[in-house]
Ligand binder design. Sequence first.
Ligand code: NAP
Length: 253
Amino acid sequence: MDVRGKTILVTGAGRGIGRSLALHFARKGASLALLDTNAEDLAESCARCSEVGVVARSYLADVANEDSVVGALDQVTADFGRLDGLINNAGIVRDALLVKVKDGQVVGKMTLAQWQAVIDVNLTGVFLCAREAAQRMIQRAVGGVIVNLSSISRAGNVGQTNYTAAKAGVAAMTVVWAKELARYGIRVGAVAPGFIRTPMVESMKPEALAKMTSPIPLGRLGEPQEIAHAVGFIFENELFTGRCLEVDAGLRM
Ligand code: NAP
């Protein structure tokens, strides 16, 4: 897809990878619909895209809430008159061991609230946004592209039962939607980043961060713009669908 003049919706666009995605596509000449739960961050992302000279609008919405998603997608199509791309980027972590043991005693476990919060945003949120975007793309009958953010952790990362389940689900849903939506000219891909320098990762304790980066073959965290570049490849390459692109500095879980 040549994204010049096309409308692309980015969820979780207030910061981190989402902001980089917004700027990447702004520099390519796309119009941006930026969705997030944080109004201040969203305004900053919007302003940065506008500086590039493209139209960028903010949508304060919660991807885990059906009414919120439907309302935001209605507004996007009313404002821009079209929706050509969706990047399902919004995500959260609520890490905990399934069962935590200290000195032979069980001292904690992943709570149902931790499980549910991550499933709601990272799995249900992706489902809701993709469903609403696909419906609108099908109605316009000019095709489109949907890219979902999975993760290297989909293979199974300690302390991330909830996140792993959601991100494995995202990779699997990508295959289903690629098959279901190909007949409408809609391609669906995923990107599975390794560890990327964003507020999500920088909020980790320094010891935990050092432990995480030491086995990375390239010896460093990825940068958000390197993930945006990979998503850009999926948009541009018309043969790409139903696959998950791994951008992880060579790390394997
Ligand atoms: P981030 O820095 O935490 O940014 C996530 C953004 O999503 C925030 O602006 C956040 O807003 C927003 N958000 C959270 N819940 C939302 C909801 N319910 N509805 C709408 N927006 C919501 O995260 P990131 O590191 O850039 O990660 C982006 C994506 O890449 C996520 O899907 C993540 O799982 C995936 N990923 C990241 C890494 C990494 O190393 N960073 C690795 C693999 C995959 P608030 O500020 O209001 O919370």
